[in-house]
Each structure stands twice: as structure tokens, then as C-alpha cells.
Design a protein around this ligand. Structure first.
Ligand code: BYC
Length: 477
């Protein structure tokens, strides 16, 4: 099968849409709805064109083309990684059998649900980021925001293709619904909690792309293992695009921390509010918020849903093939975080042993947490190299949770279980307050001039695609 997308088609694709008239017409009738949604819910800042990359191939080399394009003309399309015709299922009760090219009837409902949940997050993030262009700290950052936005739009296409191609009328209806739910809507909110939160400023954006996009990386990593081969190949290519989103988050927070550290050292003070940068305690509070709501995205510490997904072969583990167990896990166990009886009628935060299959959300969350820790280490290195003693920290797993074992309790960032009253009194020390948010927003004055950057963030080390920071990444309308 060819891997190069066909750009002569109305919907660029490498899945031979040309030969599947019914599917092509179904997707072509969804396309105007998508474009209407993009116009009304996508980036609000009017632009002439943006220096964007567009996928031109899915192979290892040279998969993307860079150039200035009007955003509404971006070629959203359907791209699957190359097919391996010998691929076999790597885990669960069907381990060793050939990967599926069609959806087995008994797993249809579960697979459709996973696709809908995944698909729902993509447009949600575009909606959350809709107004950020107006306060971009530089044209470089503005371009990165738009790149992330168009690719999240493409990831929506990726899920919509699967729904249309493999799930009949119900799939088409679900594809329609993906454009009707909206982030933060009272009547029809997005499905997962974090995708109904606001992203009102650029510190939130960088924290979101670090912590919440990283959940995307891990969830896509498990769906890439799926026995349903079209889903696996779809996720493989999405992960390639996702790497840029990770870079935006990691280096974005680097640059905020770096600039604050620099100004702290130059002024020999840690009272940053007056100096036009974001104080480290505020950065810590934003980190606490985005990390804790992203932990919720992994579902409960124990879950029969995930056990069923794994056994059926729908959703694997992170790096499934590198694991050295039997890839069925029917006889294994895992320690998961829990609330345990403390003997005096009280409950305390502890661990308990459960069958490995029901603990798979915990397994994935742990992989994610250790990856998040690497970001914190990196930011702390920036502080140490500036000669500062302050450090950032991931809060305890029970902090600010709304899903799973700790949903019903309050805990401090150190993992101390707190009475509700004390939590309410102290939450402003740990989560952004209105005063913090107002201060951060007050710094968000747009810098849309070529080669210039806002004072609260350091410039990037590198530009995009070998271009310098001063490049005209975006032409405003
Ligand atoms: N909010 O058995 P449980 C991304 C529901 S991000 C609201 O503990 P399960 C991206 C759950 O649906 C990646 N509801 O959890 C990032 C279930 O409902 P039902 C998105 C929640 O099912 C940035 C019930 O609670 N992809 O790509 O094992 C920008 C019990 O749940 C939440 C995926 O998530 C929540 N946080 O795991 C753009 C992959 N958590 O069934 C994009 C697909 C749980 O009782 N989804 N619930 O009605 C899944 O694999 C799983 O559904 C979940 C939950 C990991 C989300």
C-alpha cells in the first residue's frame, strides 16, 4: 500500500478513499461541518497565513512539508502509518492471532467508546485555546499554538475516519456529536474533566501541553498496541505529530522558569510580582493544578473497564512489547494507591494489592508520572544553574483528585489527608487563586512584532525547521 497522501483529493488521504465512494461521500459531507466548527470554535485571531507543517508522507524520512498557508486552507486529512501485513496481537486473550482489519462484533461497543473519548479531546483542546492568539508572547509562540491547533484538528479527523469507516450509522452519528459537544458547555460539555477547564493564559497553555498533551501521548501509546490494526496505525502516525506538542510544553515551561530565574538573580529578590515575570510559587500552583487534573484522565486506580479492554486486545500497555511478562496478566498482581482503614474508623492514604488487570490504569499513570518527573528535574536544573535554591515539585498523587480512589478526600501536596475545612482554608497556597490568575493575565500583553518577545518568557533556543526566532512565522490579517 502507498504511504504518500493523495493531495489531489478533496480530503487528502493515504487510505484509498478514491476507491470507496460511500465512505468518501460520508466524509465529504462531514467536512463542511468540521470547517464551520473550525471557523466558529477554532483560533479567533485573524491571520493571513501561518508557517505550518503539513504531513506529506508517513514514512520515517521527510514526512512533513513546511510553508506559509492560510489556516482555513490547511489540508486536514486521513493518514495511517504503513501496514505491516504480518502484524500479530501482542497481548490479551487473542495474543498471537493476526491483528484485526475489521471490528469484531463483540468488541464493537467498547472500541467505539474508546474512539469517541479519544476523538472528543481533540476539538476540545482547540476550543480551550481559541483566544490565546490575542496574547501570544511572540510570533514564534503564535505559530506553535496554531500548529498544535491544526494538528489537534487533524487528530479529530483521524478518529472520525475510523468511526465512519468501521462503525456504520452509529459511527457517523458519533462523528457529528464530536462537533456538537463543546468545552465548558453547561448543556453538552466535553467528556473528560480536564477538557472542560479553561486555558486562559500562556502559562496554562504550556502546562496543558506539558501535562495534558502528555496524557495524550500515553493513551495513544496504549491504543497503538490495539489489535484493531487501523486504530493502531492511526495512533502511530498521531504520535509522530504529538512529539511537537510535547516540545512546545516542555520548552515553554523551560522558558518561563528560565526567565523568572534570570530576573530573580539580576534583582537579588524573590518578590517577582513587581518585576513583570511569573513568581516561582505561582508556577508551582499552575503545575499542581494541571498535573492533578491530568492524573484524573487515567481513570480509577482500579477499573474493570481497563481489564476488559486489555483482555479483549483493544488497549495495551505502554511499550507492551518491551514488557517481559506473559502479556496476559491473568495470574499477576500489582500494588495500587488506595484509601485504607487506619484502624480507628479513619481512612488513610496507602497501597493495596489487586489483580494486575484491574490495576492497568495505575500502571499507565505510573509511566506517565515518571515522565512528568523528568520535566520537573529539567526545570529544577535551570533553577540550580541560575544559582537558586528554590525547587519545583510534583504534588502527591492524592492531591486535588476528582476521579479514582482519592476523589472523595482532600490531601495536601505532601500527601497529608486534610479535613475539608482545612483544605478550603489552605487551597490558595497550592492552587492558583484569582489574584494569581489576574497577575498572570496582566502579563499577557501580545507581542506580535517580528523578532520581539514578551518580558515574562525567555526566547527559544531554536526556531522552527531551521528558521531563526526572528522569522516571520505568522502574517496577521
Ligand atoms: N473525566 O473505569 P474507570 C489527548 C469515567 S488525552 C470524566 O475508572 P477507565 C489529548 C469513565 O469514562 C487522551 N469521566 O476508567 C490531550 C467511566 O465511565 P463509564 C484521551 C471519567 O474507563 C491534549 C467511569 O468514569 N484519550 O489525547 O478505565 C490535547 C469509570 O472509569 C474520567 C483517552 O483517554 C475523567 N477524567 O479509563 C488533545 C483514551 N475518567 O464507562 C488531546 C480513551 C474516567 O462508567 N479512553 N471517567 O460511563 C480511555 O482509555 C478510558 O476511557 C479512560 C478512563 C482512560 C479515559
Amino acid at each position: 500500500m502507498t504511504t504518500a497522501p493523495d493531495y489531489t483529493e478533496k480530503i487528502p488521504n493515504n487510505v484509498n478513499l478514491r476507491e470507496d465512494r460511500r465512505l468518501r461521500r460520508a466524509l465529504e459531507s462531514w467536512q463542511p461541518d468540521f470547517l464551520n466548527w473550525w471557523e466558529s470554535m477554532g483560533p479567533a485571531l485573524p491571520t493571513k497565513d501561518v508557517y505550518l507543517r503539513t504531513a506529506v508522507n508517513v514514512g520515517r524520512e521527510g514526512w512533513a512539508h513546511f510553508g506559509h498557508v492560510p489556516m482555513k486552507d490547511y489540508r486536514w486529512g486521513v493518514f495511517l502509518a504503513e501496514r505491516d501485513s504480518d502484524r500479530r496481537i501482542a497481548f490479551g486473550q487473542h495474543k498471537g492471532e493476526p491483528a484485526w482489519q475489521k471490528v469484531p462484533g463483540e468488541y464493537r461497543a467498547d472500541l467505539q467508546r474508546l474512539l469517541v473519548i479519544q476523538g472528543d479531546t481533540e476539538p476540545a483542546s482547540v476550543e480551550q485555546q481559541r483566544n490565546l492568539g490575542a496574547t501570544a508572547p511572540s510570533l514564534y509562540d503564535l505559530r506553535n499554538l496554531f500548529q498544535v491547533n491544526v494538528e489537534e484538528g487533524r487528530h479529530l479527523w483521524a478518529m472520525v475516519y475510523l468511526l465512519h469507516a468501521y462503525f456504520g450509522r452509529e459511527g457517523r452519528e458519533e462523528a457529528g456529536e464530536l462537533l456538537h459537544r463543546n468545552s465548558g458547555s453547561e448543556d453538552s460539555p466535553r467528556i473528560l474533566g480536564a477538557f472542560n477547564e479553561e486555558t486562559p493564559d500562556w502559562l496554562s497553555f504550556f502546562m496543558f501541553t506539558y501535562f495534558t498533551d502528555r496524557d495524550g501521548k500515553y493513551q495513544l501509546g496504549t491504543l497503538k498496541e490495539s489489535a484493531f490494526d487501523p486504530l493502531s496505525r492511526t495512533c502511530e502516525f498521531m504520535l509522530k505529530e504529538e512529539a511537537h506538542h510535547m516540545m512546545v510544553g516542555t520548552t515553554g515551561v523551560d522558558r518561563v522558569v528560565g526567565r523568572t530565574a534570570q530576573v530573580m538573580v539580576e534583582n537579588d529578590t524573590d518578590d517577582m510580582a513587581a518585576l513583570g515575570v511569573i513568581p516561582l510559587p505561582v508556577i508551582q500552583k499552575y503545575l499542581n493544578f494541571h498535573y492533578s487534573v491530568s492524573l484524573d484522565l487515567f481513570g480509577g486506580e482500579t477499573s474493570t473497564n481497563v481489564a476488559n479492554y486489555y483482555t479483549a486486545g483493544l488497549k495495551g500497555r505502554w511499550m507492551e512489547e518491551r514488557r517481559t511478562d506473559d502479556h496476559r496478566l491473568t495470574d499477576d498482581s500489582i500494588m495500587v494507591d488506595t484509601l485504607a482503614g487506619a484502624g480507628n474508623g479513619e481512612q488513610s492514604i496507602g497501597q493495596t494489592e489487586v489483580p494486575a488487570l484491574v490495576g492497568l490504569n495505575t500502571d499507565l499513570r505510573r509511566e506517565y508520572i515518571s515522565d512528568c518527573q523528568s520535566g520537573v528535574n529539567r526545570w529544577n536544573k535551570i533553577l540550580a544553574e541560575a544559582g537558586l535554591t528554590q525547587r519545583l515539585k510534583l504534588p502527591h498523587i492524592a492531591f486535588n483528585r476528582r476521579v479514582g480512589a482519592f476523589a472523595g478526600i482532600e490531601a495536601s501536596p505532601d500527601g497529608e489527608k486534610l479535613p475539608a475545612g482545612e483544605w478550603e482554608r489552605r487551597r490558595g497556597q497550592w492552587l492558583p487563586t484569582d489574584v494569581d490568575k489576574t497577575h498572570v493575565r496582566s502579563l499577557m500583553q501580545p507581542v506580535h512584532e517580528r523578532g520581539k518577545i514578551a518580558a515574562w518568557i525567555a526566547p527559544p533556543r531554536n526556531g522552527i525547521n531551521g528558521k531563526p526566532f526572528e522569522y516571520d512565522y505568522v502574517h496577521l490579517a
